[in-house]
Ligand binder design. Structure first.
Ligand SMILES: CC(C)(COP(=O)(O)OP(=O)(O)OC[C@H]1O[C@@H](n2cnc3c(N)ncnc32)[C@H](O)[C@@H]1OP(=O)(O)O)[C@@H](O)C(=O)NCCC(=O)NCCS
Length: 149
């Protein structure tokens, strides 16, 4: 079942996000950041366990980002990543946001959900807000993917 995250989910969300952050797949998040942004998150709960998480971060009137998308390794390949991402996309649509993007190493996953690969230059809001401050700015190997709603 996909549902909105509650504050009591935050420690589990952090453990899952930071598990993938250690591998370099995601950015690490502090508990404080996650409590502040808990309303951005959806979780997939199965028999009382959080199996997947995803958040929607709004940049501007027409632009939002899929962030902190993670599925427990034992639950990968069962449609959970799709379910939590589509919950975020549905919310973006309700908010009348026109474009949803992600920076990712999992391009094929996003392409299955209808995203297309774009040049990061198409996302100036992201570059000005985050990328310029990133230590990987000059050698960023993440792929930008974009979904037009
Ligand atoms: C990427 C991730 C969220 C995918 O979650 P998942 O639950 O395994 O994905 P799903 O089962 O929902 O797959 C959805 C679709 O994507 C496809 N897909 C998933 N991972 C894929 C991969 N690595 N390569 C190709 N296709 C993939 C599936 O075949 C499926 O296609 P279908 O629905 O048309 O049959 C998960 O592997 C993960 O947490 N990875 C580590 C963290 C990460 O990289 N997050 C993304 C950062 S932006």
């Amino acid at each position: 079942m996909v549902r909105r995250a509650k504050t009591t989910d935050v420690p589990v969300i952090q453990r899952l996000v930071n598990f993938y952050a250690q591998k370099g797949d995601l950015l690490p998040r502090t508990l404080q950041e996650l409590y502040e942004r808990v309303r951005d998150f959806y979780v997939f709960e199965q028999e009382g366990q959080i199996a997947g998480v995803c958040s929607l971060f709004i940049y501007w009137a027409d632009l939002a980002e899929i962030r902190s998308l993670a599925v427990e390794p034992e639950f990968e390949g069962k449609g959970i990543g799709r379910a939590v991402t589509e919950a975020c996309i549905a919310e973006a649509r309700d908010l009348l946001i026109k474009r949803v993007f992600a920076l990712t190493y999992r391009t094929a996953f996003f392409e299955r959900l209808g995203f297309r690969v774009v040049n990061k230059i198409e996302l100036p809001e992201k570059i000005w807000k985050d990328c310029l401050k990133c230590s990987k700015f000059y050698h960023c190997d993440e792929v930008a993917v974009l979904l037009d709603l």
